[in-house]
Structure formats: C-alpha cells, structure tokens
Design a protein around this ligand. Structure first.
Ligand code: G6P
Length: 477
C-alpha cells in the first residue's frame, strides 16, 4: 500500500502528531495494535485508504518505533520515526509546555514563562520535527493533492510544505483555542512570527469556533501584516451520535454500569443517588480541582445533598512526562480524598474518582449522568460536553464553562459558569440537580441535537471540499 502511494501519490493526506493507531510490544515480542478513538479518527475513516487517503503521523512510543523498524503498519497510515529526543523536545518541550500553555493561557507569572537557551534548543527540534512532516508529505502527495495538517504540534508545516510543493492545496486545523494578541505576544517576536507565517503558508485555516478564528486573525493583523491570501473557516466538530449510541449499548458498558452502581450506592431512603459526572484527561485546562472545590461548596451550602449525591470524576492520565501534569494529578487525588474524609460516611463516598483510562466505563458514566460537569478554564471545543447529553439514559443537565468552545453551540440550554468562580459553580450544580424532569429532558434533547449537528465525517469532508473548491467557498471569511 505505502509503495503504491509512493509511486502514484495520495490525493488526500492528513498529518497529525498522534495517529489513528499505536503499538505495544507484548511479552512474547509480538506487536499489538491499539486503535485510537476521537473525532479525527472517525472522520477520516469516512474517506478511507481505498480512496487514496494517507495519514502521516508520528511514532510516539517504543512500540510505535519498533513497528516502523519492522515495517509493520496499516494501509493508509505512515508513521514517522523522528529521533526520540527530537520528538520529546518538540512535543513535550515546545508543543505541550509552550504553545498549549499560550493558547490556553495557563502560564502563571512570576515564574512562567522563561524563554531561555534551553527553549531555543527545543525550538530547533520543533522545526526539525515539522520539517520531517513537510518532507514526508511532499514525498507522498500526488500532484495537486489536498493536505490537511492538524494542530499546534505542526504549525510550521504549511509554510515548509508550500515551499517544497507549491502545487498542493494545504489546510491546517487548530483543535485548541487561539490566544488573543495580548497573550500571544508573550512569545519571542521571531518565534511568534514563525508560527503565524508557518500557518499562513496554508490556503485555508480551520478553527473550532468563531472566537478562536477571530483571535488568530487579530494576531495576524498585529504581528504578521494580516492574513494575506489565506482563508479562514469555522468548523465546530460535533459528537458522533451513531457510534456513541451503538457503542454505549454494548455488554462491557453494561457491566461497568453495574459496577458503578455498586460504588455509588443508594440514598438513605433507598432511592437512587444523583450523579454529577465529569470525564477528562487530567489536564490543567480542564479545571478538575476547582470542580471538586465547587462540589465541596455544594455539600456545605446544601447539607440535604449529602448522602444523596455522588460526584463521579474520571481523570485519565495525560502527558505524564511533564512534572506539572503529574503534580496536577496528585492534587486532584488529594482534594478528592480530602472531600471523602471530611464528608464521607460508612455508606456514602462523596467522590468516586477513577484515574485509569477506560472508555467503556466513561460511556457507562455518561449513561448514568444526572448532571454533566464541564468547567474548563479554556478549551478548544470539549467533546465531553457534546457526548454526555447524547448518551445519557434519562437526559442530563449540563453545567458548562463559558470558556469552552462548545459553549458557543450549547450555551442556551446549558447552565453557564465562570470556571474560576467555585461558589457560582456550586450554585449551578445545585440548579442542575434540582431541575424539573420535564425541563431537563427538553433541554437535554436540544443539547443532543446541537451537539450532533456536525458529525466527524462531515466535519472532515466540509474542510476537504472547501480546500478543493478554492477561494469563494461558502464557509470562508
Ligand atoms: C488535544 C489536542 C490534540 C491531542 C489531544 C490529546 O485535544 O488538540 O492534538 O491529541 O489533546 O493529547 P495528547 O498530548 O495525548 O496527544
């Protein structure tokens, strides 16, 4: 397959740091494949390798590198084995510690950020990493092919690829927020310029919401002399309703529901306890700790909720190579344990916290949710906010941060919170818990409809068509 593509070239290419598959080496030395989930994976499967599409991604683990070394791979996927230290600098050092922090506005002065010589060294790796992608794409693409580059790991690729292959149609999509100029200018001037000019090498740039697109445009106007010929489009990735509804009916999800019911227990009157559910990567921007503090405030303000409500919080490990993420995970555990110690009784654990990734258990919690809590300090979209109303069995009320991209589409039927305000978040949780069943069902239906308005496959095809159609397409501004 890869050799056919090398001869004829692919018509459609996707490039992203994390690809659709990953590998682990088993004890017997065999390679095991793990298929990733998420919008991009299901979006691309609508195109498929048989349509000549090729996904270029990075080897992320030792298993992935071993797969590349042994020539093991999937049709339609090319994994790049960039040296592990270069990848670590680019991914951990620049993408996740600098660009992610800038766009999510996570830095905390006076200690951060410091752009020192070490940063410059890592930046050189980020450039090398982006160049490896640009070269692979240039090699694999058919004349005039469409290339869709994904996210903040690969901001330099459009510009580099444009130089190598001026014939290509190049798109880039940001799955994160974009920082406003006043925050973005924190980056060293030359680096900020490189990022913007790199992106502007694309014919078309996609964002999840108008707010992030406007912030990008404002940065270009301030620091790069405007957008030039590059077009901007907004594509609000939605939940994949068909997949989620079918998957959440499977046996393993039902088993997890039974286990969760055991953990949650029954209210003193024998009735079901109400659940406040959250599911996140343990990610600083997701604001898990303030969510727990808001729940503690709820138990203080409304003692009648004690024994009758459980906060089901799944905080899955993410980016554990970074100390700040490991510390955050420890803090989540500490605060949850503190609440359980302070308020728990022999028959009631106020917080049911799970820290090991388990997709079936996430779906089980979605189905059982009375209230969904999604309170990021800043988030490109937040698909959990879109998935829970689709999957919940009885319709859930949604407490949603006004700083999540999803708020632009779901704000009307959600209960909106300022993510920094834990007293107000506690009030919102109470409002959600006490919402009448008829109102909750109605709102949840409208939330589910809005959440599924742009399913992943269409999200992808819309961008592809807009890129191919060239200037003057309907969604560009
Ligand atoms: C965000 C980013 C994605 C990234 C995902 C998981 O959604 O926009 O590009 O893949 O987080 O993070 P990770 O670092 O594990 O790939």
């Amino acid at each position: 397959m890869a050799s056919t593509q090398a001869v004829q070239g692919a018509q459609v290419l996707v490039a992203s740091n994390r690809g659709p598959v990953s590998y682990t080496v088993g004890e017997d030395g065999s390679l095991r494949t793990k298929r990733g989930g998420g919008g991009l994976v299901s979006g691309l499967s609508a195109i498929g390798p048989e349509a000549g599409a090729l996904w270029v991604c990075s080897a992320l683990s030792d298993g992935d590198r071993e797969a590349v070394r042994r020539g093991v791979g999937e049709d339609g996927v090319r994994m790049l084995d960039v040296p592990a230290d270069v990848h670590a600098d680019a991914y951990n050092g620049i993408a996740n510690s600098v660009l992610w922090f800038v766009h999510h506005m996570l830095y905390q002065t006076p200690l951060e950020p410091v752009f020192d010589a070490e940063f410059r060294r890592q930046w050189a790796s980020y450039e090398a990493y982006n160049r490896a992608f640009a070269e692979a794409l240039a090699e694999e693409a058919a004349p005039g092919a469409a290339v869709l580059v994904q996210d903040y790991h690969l901001t330099l690729v459009p510009g580099m690829l444009r130089e190598l292959r001026p014939d290509l149609r190049i798109g880039h999509f940001s799955h994160t927020p974009w920082a406003p100029p006043e925050y973005f200018r924190m980056l060293p001037d030359d680096i900020a310029g490189q990022v913007l000019r790199g992106m502007l090498g694309a014919d078309r740039l996609g964002f999840l919401t108008r707010r992030w697109a406007d912030a990008f445009t404002a940065c270009c106007e301030r620091f790069a002399g405007g957008l030039g010929d590059t077009r901007i489009g907004v594509h609000g990735l939605g939940a994949d309703a068909d997949f989620l509804r079918a998957r959440s009916q499977e046996a393993d999800v039902k088993e997890r529901m039974a286990a969760l019911r055991e953990e949650i227990g029954a209210a003193p009157d024998g009735g079901a306890r109400k659940t406040i559910v959250r599911v996140d990567r343990t990610e600083l921007s997701k604001n898990i700790v303030r969510g727990l503090l808001a729940y503690r405030q709820l138990l203080e303000d409304h003692p009648e909720c004690r024994e009758r409500v459980v906060h089901v919080a799944f905080a899955y490990p993410s980016r554990q190579d970074l100390a700040v993420y490991r510390d955050y995970m420890a803090e989540v555990r500490r605060v949850a344990d503190g609440i359980n110690e302070r308020y728990g009784t022999s028959g009631w654990r106020p917080v049911v916290l799970h820290l090991e990734d388990d997709f079936a258990r996430s779906l089980a919690a979605y189905r059982m949710a009375d209230v969904a809590l999604v309170n990021p300090v800043r988030d490109g979209m937040n698909l959990v906010a879109k998935e829970m109303p689709v999957v919940s069995d009885t319709g859930c009320a949604l407490v949603l941060s006004r700083e999540a991209g999803a708020h632009e589409e779901l704000g009307e039927d959600a209960i909106t919170v300022n993510p920094y305000d834990v007293v107000d978040t506690a009030r919102a949780l109470h409002e959600a818990l006490t919402m009448g069943p008829a109102e909750r069902t109605e709102r949840s239906k409208r939330l589910a409809a809005a959440a599924t308005a742009l399913p992943p496959a269409r999200w992808f095809l819309d961008q592809l068509n807009a890129l191919r159609d060239g200037p003057g397409d309907g969604t560009a501004t």
